[in-house]
Design a protein around this ligand. Structure first.
Ligand SMILES: *Cc1c(COP(=O)(O)O)cnc(C)c1O
Length: 365
């Protein structure tokens, strides 16, 4: 990944750092959206987006943050009870959105930092009749990565749909929409795709769109049936966010050069880098800090580090910031005792090392 010399200071787990070349692409003038010019842009963007999702299906675009597509997902689900897999703040948000859209939701919750047992999931699916399972690929509040393919297979074995929030997963963590036979996957622009916030993307299987078409109360703005219908003519139902699409086009070209597989590998390497750094740093500095997620479930894109006793999360983050590096505070109830590093998007082993060096300098005091 080719970055600018001054790139590599901003490690929030969303929004992530955006390269200058991508920011500059947004300065181009507007075009009419009901035009051949826009349809050509849409078609060009589809090539890269399909590769990113590993799908032959169209990839829907909406001018909103990830939460908007979460609502689109919920609104597409046929009537009936929903099972929500909760293991952190964003998976809880998915359950909450479903409830606020008037759906009956059962939560299968596990402690923050953990992932769900596939056996227990199977029992939930056997004991009650659900129409859909909601799951979060990379839980950004903790840094836990869920095995979405296995979760989806379990759901399908009971004839249940499975909808995946991959907002901090897609483009950083392996996901193969077609091969894994997924029903619905959504993501946002400002995480591993490393664009400014404001765009959301989703892929839906043909079956998912057909089931949605027969379902009531889909609303208007977040109706995937309309998104699908418009995508067939390289169009979108409402005015697109042109500036972000210009940025997306530049970013997709960069991804094609790196290859999507190369991008996944770079993220895996960065996750291994932060894991081995924390172990080495513990012995170098004596600081008793650790990743809150067990090594086999760590997300390639984000890590939550528990701080040594007596060190307050937001104060630590402030001190790192004074060294010119931005990391994230812990999320919600983990805010006081942890901090988070977003090692996603266009970060590399060398930019991440700068971040880790700053963290270690602060812990040395
Ligand atoms: C960031 C994020 C979201 C959506 O957040 P927005 O602020 O609406 O973009 C949803 N799920 C996960 C896992 C996320 O990381």
């Amino acid at each position: 990944m080719q970055t600018d010399p001054d790139f590599g200071t901003f490690f929030l787990p969303g929004p992530t750092e955006v390269r200058q070349e991508v920011l500059r692409a947004m300065l181009k003038p507007m075009i009419p959206h009901r035009s051949a010019e826009f349809e050509e842009l849409f078609a060009r963007i589809q090539v890269g987006l399909k590769d990113l999702f590993k799908t032959e299906r169209p990839v829907f675009l909406a001018a909103c943050s990830g939460t908007g597509m979460m609502e689109a997902a919920v609104r597409a689900i046929p009537p009936g009870p929903i099972l929500s897999l909760v293991n952190g703040a964003f998976s809880e948000r998915f359950a909450h959105i479903a409830e606020m859209c008037g759906r009956e939701v059962t939560r299968y919750a596990v402690p923050w930092g953990e992932v769900h047992s596939l056996d227990r999931l199977e029992r939930y699916l056997t004991d009650a009749k659900f129409v859909a399972v909601l799951a979060t690929h990379s839980e950004t509040s903790t840094g836990a990565l869920s095995p979405v393919r296995q979760i989806s297979d379990k759901a399908h074995s009971k004839g249940v749909l499975c909808l995946i929030d991959s907002v901090s997963g897609l483009a950083g963590a392996e996901l193969r929409f077609d091969e894994w036979k997924l029903d619905f996957v959504l993501t946002g622009s400002q995480k591993a795709i490393a664009l400014p916030p404001g765009l959301a993307f989703a892929a839906a299987s043909e079956k998912m769109v057909a089931l949605a078409a027969d379902s009531p109360n889909r609303g208007v703005y977040f109706d995937i049936v309309e998104m699908d219908r418009f995508a067939k003519t390289n169009q979108v139902p409402a005015t697109p966010s042109f500036s972000l699409l210009y940025a997306l086009e530049v970013q997709l070209e960069a991804m094609q050069r790196e290859t999507v597989e190369g991008r996944w590998a770079r993220h895996t390497t960065m996750a291994e880098q932060i894991s081995s750094w924390i172990d080495a740093s513990r012995s170098r500095t004596g600081a008793d800090w650790k990743n809150i997620v067990a090594s086999e479930f760590r997300s390639p894109t984000v890590s939550t580090i528990q701080l040594p006793e007596g060190i307050v999360g937001p104060e630590f983050v402030q001190k790192v910031r004074k060294l010119g590096i931005t990391v994230g505070t812990g999320y919600g109830k983990l805010g006081g005792t942890t901090f988070r590093v977003g090692h996603m998007g266009d970060h590399t082993v060398s930019t991440l090392q700068r971040c880790l060096d700053a963290c270690e300098e602060v812990i040395r005091g």
